[in-house]
Design a protein around this ligand. Structure first.
Ligand code: PLP
Length: 362
């Protein structure tokens, strides 16, 4: 697809850029360009424009501000061993964005628009992709309703925005395991709701649960099912994976997708990797009781969360109103470490890309 290129006349000097890319953390520093395309029900998507990164204006009546039609994605561009850069599984993000769009009664985005926009932005802001392992350029595609109308119905106009944020290693102080709070007061997603969509409202509704976790001295919140508050769903904005030891064989277990869990692409990649490594794998319901009993007995030797932003985050302790327990004696386990290195190896092109997951950009 043709992208209308209207970049800055003069980009930042190497020195100024490097200052901004030093310890960028996550999602606080943004690259110099963005891509925008507008949708009208009558004419479809406009030719995307690559332009300088900056504020956008909205009508106060724009329906995003009132009724919340807004969805997003998150994917990364990684420096490769051969000096190139590559996106990791961008087509999966495109598919999932359209599933989110469908749930929110928003228009779908053509694959070509999504991929061409990502390619154009990465080409333009190529120098914002760090060349260090574990660092990357995080891309944030976004779509929201722009129609100025107060009637409660799907908007007839939308804006697609794609921008980028250099992100350092998620754990600048070294790789750490986290403590989690079991949320029994709040839920993230209910059957028939929007839990499987990367929909802005899910995150707004989750903040109080995350705040409660912090108030209880934990790093993250763990969400349980809405009906019984018994079954594991997710940790914050990441999927959960457990390691079950059976006759000394490694077996990964993750909650099955029931419509209330976000179908993570990292989760999907781990399912494939467990097959590649000849490990066992199952998707099933896991109750907090089973989690507790088997973590204490050692049958569940590890639990970790997975997602694009932090890759793999081991859980060391679980706390709830009724008690707390340690996982793997409170230390980082070998399976989480191995999977993290394996994923990073794949993402940085250090091992063969046998599933065609890398999308190189020249
Ligand atoms: C984005 C997200 C994930 C992880 O998805 P990835 O595609 O692996 O990054 C998991 N849970 C929630 C709630 C999310 O928003």
């Amino acid at each position: 697809m043709k992208i209308d290129l209207k970049p800055l006349k003069q980009v930042l000097s190497k020195f100024d850029r490097e200052v901004r890319m030093t310890n960028p953390g996550f999602g606080r520093v943004f690259s110099e360009h963005m891509v925008i395309s507008d949708y009208e029900a009558s004419s479809g998507w406009s030719t995307p424009i690559l332009q300088p990164y900056g504020p956008i204006t909205l009508d106060p009546a724009a329906s995003i501000l009132h009724y919340g039609q807004s969805i997003f994605e998150g994917l990364k561009c990684y420096p490769q061993k051969n000096g190139n850069v590559a996106l990791f599984r961008p087509v999966e993000n495109w598919k999932r964005m359209n599933e989110s769009a469908h749930r929110l009664a928003m228009p779908s985005i053509p694959e070509d628009l999504f991929i061409s926009a990502a390619e154009a932005l990465v080409r333009q802001d190529r120098s914002w992709v760090s060349d260090k392992r574990g660092e990357s350029l995080y891309l944030r595609p976004l779509m929201f309703a722009t129609e100025a109308a107060l009637g409660v119905r799907p908007s007839i106009s939308y804006r697609f925005v794609l921008f980028a944020s250099p992100c350092g290693s998620y754990f600048p102080q070294g790789y750490k395991a986290v403590s989690v709070w079991l949320s029994e007061d709040y839920i993230r997603a209910a059957p028939g709701g929007t839990g499987a969509a990367k929909f802005a409202g899910n995150y707004g509704a989750s903040l109080i649960g995350q705040k409660q976790a912090i108030d209880h001295g934990c790093d993250q919140v763990v969400w349980l099912d809405a009906r019984e508050h018994r079954y594991l769903e997710e940790m914050g904005g990441m999927n959960i994976c457990l390691v079950e030891k059976k006759n000394n064989q490694i077996h990964l277990v993750t909650p099955e997708l029931t419509g209330t869990i976000l179908p993570g692409i990292t989760r999907l990649s781990l399912i494939q990797i467990s097959k590649d490594l000849d490990w066992g794998f199952s998707e099933r319901r896991i109750s907090t009781q089973e989690w507790q009993e088997k973590s204490i007995s050692g049958e569940f030797s590890e639990t970790f969360a997975c997602g694009t932003a932090a890759v793999i985050t081991p859980i060391r302790e679980v706390k709830s109103r009724t008690g707390s327990w340690l996982i793997n004696q409170g230390t980082i386990g070998p399976v989480a470490l191995q999977l993290r290195e394996y994923l990073l190896d794949l993402q940085h092109g250090e091992i063969p890309d046998s599933h065609g997951w890398l999308h190189p950009i020249n």
